[in-house]
Design a protein around this ligand. Structure first.
Ligand SMILES: *Cc1c(COP(=O)(O)O)cnc(C)c1O
Length: 356
């Protein structure tokens, strides 16, 4: 039996979107491929509220995270972390021999603009990474406040991991001055995994031009050049199935209306939060709760693995806590095309199983 996914990626994908993955192939060097990528980019610019270029990568989101820190750092990268995925970005920087420091807070807390200000004021860094929505802890960082501070440092390339929020929560890239905003298909966009997306500013491009060793496959300049010089082409063979499905899904997203979509996510989040407060506790600092997933502290000491097994028999799946937080927390994603009724059905089943 198929289990309906309430895990923070991959998410449940609508069957009409899945079907688009099976579109007959086209040549990737032809006009049709260019047109497909061009259309996708135009729609993504709307979703990201940006005029910047859009890069696609046949990797998951991590590919562009590694590509961004490697392609755009000259002096040093300041990596701000609020959980597992912030730490991953730091490990990427380190393993590419990029001078970098990590600034971590206790899990469940958010990054603060004052600390970002303090760190950037040292002058040691020309690239900053921030996790918008941390999928391990359920924290949504105060990106507007952080962005205000970053504007004081024009030499800093501002990179944002929006992998589990873009398409589910509003991120106004141009207004916030984000240079590289990264996401992947299998989270709030509601597609299967396998394609990463980022916005790419003129400032980021100028920086990348100065970086001597950007690698090859994940070099953002390479991805950019094929768009500009070859009219929206891709340097190697892209995942055309994802592109067909993404092009179609972006129509669905824009048709729903971005604000409607973001509000639907908030509505689902509020439902899960009030259930969590009543029966357990919310792990994240309540001032900075994610709109796309909720991490719940296991105050009742339930067996999360057993709960998930029981849910599986009923056709649902949630997530255990991430890494070291397994069994201590569990996670319910409310993202992509999930609706409030789906969430109510899930919670109803959890209540029944736990006798709540
Ligand atoms: C899932 C996730 C990633 C990793 O993305 P992949 O597409 O799995 O490579 C990075 N950051 C956050 C916040 C995520 O939720």
């Amino acid at each position: 039996m198929h289990k309906k996914l309430f895990i923070p990626g991959p998410v449940e994908v609508r069957s009409d979107v899945l079907e688009k993955m099976a579109t007959p192939m086209i040549g990737h060097r032809g006009k049709d491929a260019s047109m497909l990528q061009h259309n996708i980019s135009d729609k993504l610019r709307k979703m990201f509220y940006t005029h910047n270029d859009i890069l696609l990568s046949t990797t998951s989101g991590s590919g562009l995270m590694e590509g961004a820190v490697r392609s755009c750092t000259l002096k040093g990268a300041a990596v701000f972390s609020v959980g597992a995925f912030g730490r991953r970005w730091f490990e990427m920087a380190q393993s590419n021999n990029i001078p970098s420091d990590i600034f971590e807070v206790e899990w469940g807390q958010a990054n603060q603009d004052e600390q970002v200000d303090q760190v950037l004021a040292s002058g040691k860094y020309d690239l900053l990474t921030v996790t918008h929505n941390e999928t391990s802890t359920g924290i949504m960082n105060p990106i507007e406040e952080i962005a205000q501070v970053v504007k004081k440092y024009p030499e800093v390339i501002f990179c944002v991991d929006a992998v589990s929020s873009a398409g589910g929560s509003k991120i106004e890239v141009d207004k916030l001055g984000i240079d590289v905003c990264i996401t992947s298909t299998q989270k709030a966009l509601g597609l299967p995994p396998g394609l990463a997306i980022c916005t790419f500013s003129e400032k980021a491009r100028q920086r990348a031009e100065k970086v001597p060793f950007r690698g090859y496959y994940l070099d953002l300049m390479q991805l950019y050049k094929y768009i500009i010089e070859k009219d929206y082409q891709y340097p190697s063979t892209p995942s055309l199935p994802h592109m067909f499905a993404l092009d179609y899904q972006l129509d669905n997203i824009l048709q729903e209306g971005l604000d409607n979509r973001f509000n639907r996510h908030i509505e689902m989040a509020e439902y899960v939060r009030s259930w969590a407060r009543k029966n357990f506790a919310i792990f994240a600092d309540e001032r900075y709760m994610s709109n796309t997933l909720t991490t719940i502290t296991n105050t009742r000491d339930i067996d999360v693995g057993a709960l998930n097994k029981e849910l599986g028999l009923r056709g649902f799946q949630i997530s255990n806590g991430y890494g070291k937080m397994k069994e201590k927390t569990f996670r319910i994603a409310h993202m992509a095309d999930c609706r409030l009724d789906d969430i109510k059905e899930l919670i109803g089943n959890i209540d029944e199983i736990l006798g709540l």
